[in-house]
Design a protein around this ligand. Sequence first.
Ligand code: F6P
Length: 322
Amino acid sequence: MGINRIGVLTSGGDAPGMNAAIRAVVRTAVYYGIEVYGIERGYEGLIAGEFRQMNARSVSDIIHRGGTILKSARSEAFMTKTGFDAALNMLECYHIDGLIVIGGNGSLTGALELIKAGVIIEGLPGTIDNDLPFTDYTIGFDTAVNTVLAAIGNIRDTSAAFDRSTIIEVMGRNCGDIAIYTGLTGGAEIILIPEKKSDINEVCRRLIDGRNSGKTSSIIIKAEGFDISTAELERIIEEKTGLDVKTVVLGYIQRGGSPTARDRMIASVLGNKAVTLLRDGIYNKAIGMQSGSIVYYDLAEALAMTKTGIEDLNSIAFILGQ
Ligand code: F6P
């Protein structure tokens, strides 16, 4: 039968580099004479039939833009039988032979359900969280890390001027990668992540030891998914240490912005690979980068993998942050 027409969608939290991935998908498809449809608003648009045919010019001037020109959504309807069946129906109506899904864990889990229903899929890791174990880096992570790093620099200046400790809350509901990478490279004294329970008394002791050794200010990076809320953390540290503590919740600023070279590179290479795999009849893969090379696994296998490595980085950050 072969692949004559494909669809591409972005789903879940948008991530810088998604546009570069869409561009790579569309232009590779055009190059190989495959028709390509952009599906808007992720699975929501798939259900509603928001398809538009794309050509090489549809993706002009987007490689440097954050967000996603196809827009994104978190679709509750897709998780219902009615919504799911409507999505299948639309793929059939538009004669889509293969679908490329760019998104995070939830989006790729949705893609796996489509595979089980007979749809041909390729999955690309698009999320700032870096929580997908089949790839060293997800599209968007590097940009988010650099955005946070710039914020830490600014906060350091004012924190030092006032001899303050500042808690910076970063994104990451279940994954501490943004916190660890920015804490390590931003020189934080404390990093709190969802993967590791931290004793708040020890945190306070470290801050006091730091002050006694001559530190006049400190940075505490807290992932949003850490055990206790940021407000509670501020209250406890202030109460137990007597330090002047301020909080900055960075929020959605981390999701936007022009993608870094690394994100554009990963997005371009993986977007191109997704189309060539479809063309070569290699279906239903999750595609990522490991040690600088492109890798792909059956999507089911990829989603069942567990992420490793954060403990080592955490230990290094602990030593360096004293
Ligand atoms: O998945 C990316 C992410 O930015 C997470 O870090 C964060 O927890 C979540 O999305 C926020 O999602 P929403 O856009 O639905 O508020």
